[in-house]
Design a protein around this ligand. Structure first.
Ligand code: GLU
Length: 474
């Protein structure tokens, strides 16, 4: 049975790459009827951030990436926090010590720095094992414990994404297993944990690929059969040239969530960063991803982070969900003034803008004029390419004519459309001019839904009053 895992470090910031590293193993586990395990790698005390674990768990919950074992749910292979597994690492470390494959590091940091400088002067890459001490003290837990790599050889392995890989002995070294603070390094802990937790497929970012020969040398020393080791391509900055960094405008996944990116969108977006199903299809639901995902179709080359595409996808997903569903989700995003309106009115407004929203956080921008009287701003008309061709006199004549016609009209969208069409004929204007002018006078917003629908939701009284206010403010 397939067992995959996500092993985040609680550092407080959740990068899109972190969540992709959860999604791909989750997809594989769900597709193959396997198990998905969540393990918190909290051994780096310097990077530890209070509350970061909850943030990770909440983000996974939000995305619907449920885990079968781990924090909050328990399981047979716990504890699932590395800081609670010290005894397990100690036991494995002792096995290595007993086999003569681990030793207490007797050097001070200054001495190690001295070795580095020696290597540099000799124009050689620094390898600790070149300076391996001949005599070492008994390990008492206060010195770092180092691996003693003895099988210096070339390692070859097959990465389901990156293909057949191999590296030379120059990368093998006596790396630290347990630090002087008593906590294990990632290099040691993840190997022990993946084994103890029965993980069959390790799927993680490409930044780990160069260390894999070291891991393989440790697996060998521990007499553990390595699991499948897969690396996901880097996520590249929008220019496609360098790895995506914080400066490239990409926000943390929690920030995108606050902005009103839907979880459906985020999953769809993350999956497409490095994977496709070989067709032109762009919209994938969670179920479709589970069905279609395969590690073999993950691309080797870097995946470009494209925020415009994220917004486009979100617009697509906002359209796809039902009005009821959307109504529930936009609850925290309404402009303040909307809270006084009835649920029916808010719903009617939402129906009008559903096709135009790109993020839920845009809701106030697109709807506030339904709930608050906008302030006339004639410079919007004067700056408009089409409308500035007309004189103020002509603007006012048209608005007055509109007001007169609308006074006679029924206020259903259908009837209003008819009234507007008649008005077009009567005034001999182009829709681009007449309708834009009325739209500005009613909303004073850069864009709005269709004019008849907007007027129908505003209702007769407010529509006529706003036209009057616009005319008076000219
Ligand atoms: N704790 C590591 C990280 O957050 C996990 C890497 C792995 O998946 O093994 O990058």
């Amino acid at each position: 049975m397939i067992r995959t895992r996500f092993a985040p470090s609680p550092t407080g910031y959740i990068h899109v790459g972190n969540v992709r590293a959860a999604l791909f193993p989750w997809l594989l586990a769900r597709q193959q009827g396997g198990k998905f395990i969540l393990r918190i790698e909290d051994t780096d005390q310097a990077r530890f951030v209070e509350g970061a674990t909850d943030l990770i768990l909440d983000t996974l919950d939000w995305l619907g990436l449920s885990w079968d074992e781990g924090p909050r749910v328990g399981g047979e292979h716990g504890p699932y926090f590395q800081t609670e597994r010290r005894d397990i690492y100690k036991q494995w470390a002792q096995k290595l010590i007993d086999a003569g494959l681990a030793y207490a590091d007797p050097y001070t940091p200054e001495q190690v720095q001295g070795f580095r400088e020696l290597a540099k002067a000799a124009k050689k890459p620094f390898l600790y094992r070149d300076y391996r001490p001949t005599k070492t003290p008994e390990w008492d837990g206060t010195q770092p414990l180092r691996f003693k790599v003895t099988n210096i050889k070339r390692y070859t392995w097959n990465d389901p994404v990156m293909g057949e890989l191999s590296t030379g002995e120059e990368v093998l070294d006596d790396f630290i297993l347990i630090k002087s603070d008593g906590l294990p390094t990632y290099n040691f802990a993840h190997i022990v944990d993946d084994y103890e937790m029965g993980v069959t497929h390790v799927i993680r970012g490409l930044e780990y690929i160069s260390s894999i020969p070291r891991y393989l040398s440790l697996y060998e020393a521990l007499q553990i059969e390595p699991p499948v080791l897969a690396c996901l391509p880097h996520i590249m900055a929008p220019d496609g040239k360098k790895k995506l960094g914080k400066r490239d405008g990409a926000k943390s996944v929690t920030d995108y969530r606050t902005d009103g990116i839907l979880p459906e969108t985020m999953l769809n977006f993350l999956a497409s960063m490095g994977w496709n199903d070989g067709t032109e299809q762009e919209i994938f639901s969670r179920e479709e991803l589970v069905e279609k995902f395969s590690l073999e179709r993950v691309q080797k080359s870097g995946a470009r982070f494209d925020e415009q595409r994220l917004l486009w996808l979100n617009g697509q997903w906002i359209r796809r969900i039902s009005l009821d569903d959307l109504y529930g989700r936009v609850e925290p995003y309404w402009p303040e003034a909307a809270r006084a309106a009835s649920p029916e009115d808010r719903r009617a407004v939402l129906a009008l803008v559903q096709d135009r929203l790109k993020t839920l956080a845009e809701l106030p921008l697109l709807t506030s004029y339904f709930f608050t009287e906008p302030t006339p701003n004639w410079s919007m008309i004067d700056d408009n390419k089409q409308l500035k061709k007309l004189s103020r006199e002509e603007h006012l004549q048209l608005l007055t004519a509109a007001k007169g016609a609308l006074e006679q009209s029924d206020f259903t969208a259908e009837k209003l459309q008819e009234t507007l069409n008649n008005l077009l004929e009567a005034t001999g204007q182009k829709p681009g001019i007449l309708f834009s002018l009325i739209r500005f006078a009613l909303t004073w917003a850069p864009f709005s839904p269709g004019l008849p629908e907007t007027m129908a939701v505003l209702g007769r009284e407010r529509t006529l009053a706003r036209l009057q206010t616009a005319i008076a403010a000219a």
